[in-house]
Design a protein around this ligand. Structure first.
Ligand SMILES: O=C(O)CCC(=O)C(=O)O
Ligand SMILES: [Fe+2]
Length: 303
């Protein structure tokens, strides 16, 4: 972004409050819904590409249907491939801390185990603990540009395998019995495996970004231990504090993230307090690497 770049007309400059210079902006004085003007929707889309994550407080008027109607203005809704939608909705996924799988406490980009994973997610705070339960997002574009040149060159040529089937117990030693059951019986009930470029070219901004996150299993062509080490090195640039933004939720908040240019994690620090968030995701397109090669599905369930 250049300094003199204009703000999208439908949202006034004073209503756009960057939370950090690199990622995240709070947008004030807008009532989200399916009835927003074309200009407001276009402004939200522009701001999302620029800030990667947009925060909206005070959207308590939204119910599930309104959340879906608003999301539909931004793209095509796509339900989660293995988890059931909330009753009565077409594609809302509920994350309830008191149920299995309700705590997304590993860094990830949503649903990267499928080829055309979602381009954006829209999350609504339904029940928020008095303290704790923040979410952190990381900018994977600035992470890529922070890589020292030799690492950038190395990353440019790599491909990684993402899957929803992994050693759950090893990755999540703190998980409850309920979480384990949810993982086996629901989340990984159908196995997906997809090979993505490690560096993706963003289809709208042309920015290069690191495509990794919690579903990455290995880097193509490397022994498992080297694979782990290299993923850890690259991931350390993603989660560097200067590339992240942390949000203290209030009930009625809505957060939208560009799921192509970010990773996120829900901080699991609130014990038995009750936390419920509801999400919709928008259809994405198949990633393309810097060499023009696209992602390829290796395993997908026969439907
Ligand atoms: O619970 C949260 O704050 C985030 C959950 C999550 O990972 C998601 O909605 O995609
Ligand atoms: Fe997520």
């Amino acid at each position: 972004m250049t300094r003199h770049e204009t703000f999208p007309a439908a949202i006034a400059a004073q209503d756009i409050l960057p939370v950090t210079p690199r990622i995240g902006a709070e947008i004030r004085n807008i009532r989200l819904g399916g009835d927003l003007s074309h200009d407001s929707i276009a402004a939200i889309q522009t701001l999302l590409l620029r800030h990667k994550v947009l925060f909206f407080r005070g959207q308590d008027h939204l119910d599930d249907a309104d959340q879906e109607a608003f999301a539909e203005r931004l793209g095509d809704l796509v339900p989660h491939p293995t988890q059931a939608v909330v009753k009565g909705s077409s594609s809302i996924l509920e994350l309830d801390s008191s149920r299995g799988g309700g705590r997304a406490d590993r860094w990830h980009t949503d649903v990267t185990f499928v080829e055309a994973y979602p381009k954006a997610s829209i999350l609504r705070g339904v029940a928020i603990p008095e303290v704790g339960g923040d979410t952190i997002w990381a900018n994977t574009v600035t992470a890529y540009s922070d890589l020292p040149e030799p690492l950038r060159q190395l990353a440019d040529g790599l491909r990684a395998v993402h899957s929803n089937a992994y050693d759950y117990a090893a990755h999540r030693p703190r998980a409850s019995e309920q979480d384990r059951k949810h993982y086996t019986e629901v989340f990984a009930s159908a196995v997906y495996e997809t090979e993505h470029p490690v560096v993706r070219v963003h289809p709208e901004t042309g920015e290069k970004l690191l495509l990794l996150g919690g579903f990455v299993q290995r880097i193509d062509g490397l022994p498992q231990s080297d694979s782990h080490k290299l993923i850890e090195i690259l991931q350390s640039y993603v989660i560097a504090p200067e590339n992240t933004v942390r949000w203290r939720w209030q009930t009625g908040d809505v957060v939208i993230w560009d799921n192509r240019a970010t990773q996120h994690v829900a901080v699991n620090d609130y014990g038995d307090a009750h936390r419920v968030v509801r999400r919709v995701t928008l259809h994405g397109d198949i990633p393309v690497g810097v060499d023009g090669r696209t992602s390829t599905a290796l395993v997908k369930p026969a439907i």
